[in-house]
Design a protein around this ligand. Structure first.
Ligand code: ZN
Length: 79
């Protein structure tokens, strides 16, 4: 069993939530710095660089993913 001292006072909820928020904001900032998002030329949606747009399927001015053939709704479920 790990030896550790007993806390002297109970920690306030705001104190622990503040610590967590600080951690969360730092993690969010780090993630935003690593992922390079760029805008789509066709529709203006945010997309990852060097990849086709997820909403319109365009990449470098031409259609890569045909969105018209995409399935609208799953009508039949095989069970
Ligand atoms: Zn697009």
């Amino acid at each position: 069993m790990a030896k550790r001292s007993t806390p002297k006072k109970q920690q306030a909820n705001s104190q622990s939530s503040r610590r967590y928020k600080d951690f969360r904001n730092k993690a969010r900032k780090r993630l935003l710095a690593t992922t390079a998002l760029s805008k789509c030329d066709k529709c203006g949606e945010a997309r990852l660089s060097h990849t086709a747009c997820g909403s319109c399927g365009y990449y470098k001015g031409r259609v890569v993913i045909d969105k018209s053939k995409a399935m609208d709704k799953i009508t039949k479920v095989k069970a």
